[in-house]
Structure formats: structure tokens, C-alpha cells
Design a protein around this ligand. Structure first.
Ligand code: C2E
Ligand code: CA
Ligand code: CA
Ligand code: CA
Length: 278
């Protein structure tokens, strides 16, 4: 900005040079990784708490770097978003998760929806509707077995997001709002968007273990979700006490390490085959 004037040397300090070099390095790595198939999907079950029946799975991307080993998404998704590579990467995730889910169904494994995380950059990209439609057609997966997880960041451009979400809904896929409550956005939009599921952000699930009015926000979200006919999923369930809270407060579905960590495809297909989370 103007007021910083000529004294703003921050872009020329050696530290930032190093940082941007590393980012460029990583970005190059990301492009290569896409071309050379270094990404894999892990899957985490979503469980009906009362029965232990698995009612869905979430696909979570992993980067198996040939030298650095497994790199968690927290380290490369932000960069992929910044560089726009997320659009291509996200398309790969959509296709792979859909193909995989269809294959399991063809093998006679009890069918469940697979949830895929969709970045706001993908919503902004003109190709998304076409891509989802084409992936459903080419894989033969029924749309009700594909769920798209979006976050409240789509509210940055509410007009466009509303149009895109309605088009996605018309394709027949499920839509869920991830990290719900974290984005501090106005609640009024909820009435106007074709959302099926809200996922209570982990921070409010952690809060169930606190001493001071434990779980009060989770409770409010569960009530609101019920009143508005959303399916409510609690994410980040780690402890028995949190499961008890869900049962007592009629939140039917949970996801978290308590039930299972995200696992590779062959492992989740075994779990799905058994239908119950042990
Ligand atoms: P998210 O969508 O909120 O996914 C939940 C994250 O919490 C996952 O981390 C999951 O492994 C982790 N988690 C699940 N249960 C528990 C639990 O009980 N305790 C704790 N501490 N953590 C739990 P992960 O796989 O590292 O992914 C981090 C984030 O990266 C995701 O958060 C999502 O925002 C993003 N991400 C992952 N895969 C994709 C993808 O394919 N596309 C996009 N756009 N983003 C993705
Ligand atoms: Ca998610
Ligand atoms: Ca989440
Ligand atoms: Ca998150």
C-alpha cells in the first residue's frame, strides 16, 4: 500500500527468498506428483453411533513423496489452492473416489456415499459441473453415492456459489457443509442453499470435554440441524465421553479416531464389507 512507501523492503529479505524458493520447489513437486501418480486416497468411516453401522466414508488425499515419505494434506493443499493446482488435483480426487466406490459396489460391498472435499477454488472454476457430470457418467456411480464437502468460505461469493450448488444438486449428488461453525458466516444463507448435511467442526467436539458449559455450541448446532432437516455429522470424535454426548443429544452420526483413523482403500473395503465399525 501507498503509506508503506519506499521503506517496504520486505519482499527482498533473504528469509523470504528462501521461503519462496521452497514454495517453488514444492510447487514443482506437486505438478510432478500429479503427473506421476504420487497421490493416494485414504478413507475414514462415518458411523451411526447407536448401531455402529457405517453410513458413509470420507476420502482424504495423501502424498506419497518418493523421498520425503507421506506428506499430510495440511502441508500441500494450501499451496495447491494458492497456485490453482487444486482444480486439477481435485478432479483427480473426484474421479478416483468415484471409480473406487463404484468398484466396491460392483464387488457386492454394501453401498455407502463417498464424501470428497471440494475447495472453493473448484467451485469458482467453470469446469466443475461438467467434470462432476462426466465423472458420474464415465464411472457409472449413481449420484446419490457421491457427496461433496464444501466449507463456509464459499460465502465469499454467495451469488455464484448458490448457482453452482443448485446445479450440483440437480445432478443428484449430496452436499455437505464441512467445518460448520468455524467460518463465522451469517446463518441466514443456510435456508437458501441446497445443503443436505452439516459437519460440526472438531473444535466444538473438543469442547465437549471442557469443564465450562461443555458442548454447548455442539448442542445448539445439533438442534438447529434437526429443525432445518439437515443430517448432522460430528467430526473429530476421539473419546467415549463424546460418543455418550452424541447419544444423549440425538446426533446420529460420528466420525473420528475413536471409530477409525483414515485408512487405505484395501483396508476400508474390508471394513465396509463387515458393515459395522467393530
Ligand atoms: P477435513 O476435511 O476437516 O478432514 C478432517 C481431518 O481431520 C482429516 O485430516 C482427518 O484425518 C482428521 N481427523 C479425523 N478424525 C480425527 C480425530 O478424531 N482427531 C483428529 N485430531 N483428527 C481427525 P487430514 O486427512 O490431514 O486432512 C486435513 C484437511 O486437508 C482436511 O480437513 C481438508 O480440509 C483437507 N483435505 C484433505 N483431503 C483433501 C482433498 O482431497 N481435497 C481438498 N480440497 N482438501 C482436502
Ligand atoms: Ca472434510
Ligand atoms: Ca472438517
Ligand atoms: Ca478442516
Amino acid at each position: 500500500a501507498k503509506e508503506k512507501g519506499k521503506n517496504n523492503y520486505q519482499f527482498y529479505t533473504p528469509d523470504l527468498d528462501k521461503l519462496s524458493m521452497r514454495k517453488m520447489e514444492l510447487e514443482k513437486g506437486l505438478r510432478k506428483a500429479l503427473a506421476q501418480n504420487e497421490f493416494v486416497l485414504h478413507y475414514q468411516p462415518q458411523v451411526e453411533v447407536e448401531t455402529g453401522i457405517i453410513v458413509g466414508i470420507e476420502a482424504l488425499i495423501r502424498w506419497e513423496h518418493p523421498k520425503l515419505g507421506m506428506i499430510p494434506p495440511g502441508e500441500f493443499i494450501p499451496l495447491a489452492e494458492e497456485t490453482g493446482l487444486i482444480v486439477q488435483m481435485g478432479k483427480w480426487v473426484l474421479r478416483t473416489a468415484s471409480e473406487q466406490n463404484k468398484k466396491w459396489q460392483d464387488e457386492g460391498i454394501p453401498p455407502v456415499p463417498v464424501a470428497v472435499n471440494v475447495s472453493v477454488r473448484q467451485i469458482q472454476d467453470d469446469g466443475l459441473i461438467h467434470d462432476v457430470k462426466q465423472i458420474l457418467e464415465q464411472t457409472g456411480l449413481e449420484p446419490r453415492y457421491l457427496e461433496l464437502e464444501i466449507t463456509e468460505s464459499i460465502m465469499q461469493n454467495i451469488e455464484r456459489s448458490t448457482v453452482i450448488l443448485n446445479q450440483l444438486k440437480d445432478l443428484g449428488v449430496l452436499l455437505s457443509l464441512d467445518d460448520f461453525g468455524k467460518g463465522y458466516s451469517s446463518l441466514s444463507y443456510l435456508k437458501h442453499l441446497p445443503i443436505d448435511i452439516i459437519k460440526i467442526d472438531k473444535s466444538f467436539i473438543d469442547d465437549i470435554l471442557e469443564l465450562y458449559s461443555p458442548g454447548s455450541i455442539a448442542k445448539a448446532i445439533i438442534d438447529m440441524g434437526q429443525n432445518m432437516n439437515f443430517t448432522v455429522i460430528a467430526e473429530g470424535i476421539e473419546k467415549e465421553e463424546q460418543v455418550k454426548f452424541l447419544l444423549e443429544n440425538s446426533c446420529k452420526i460420528g466420525q473420528g479416531y475413536y471409530f477409525s483413523k483414515p485408512v487405505p482403500a484395501d483396508k476400508i473395503s474390508d471394513i465396509l464389507q463387515r458393515r459395522f465399525q467393530e
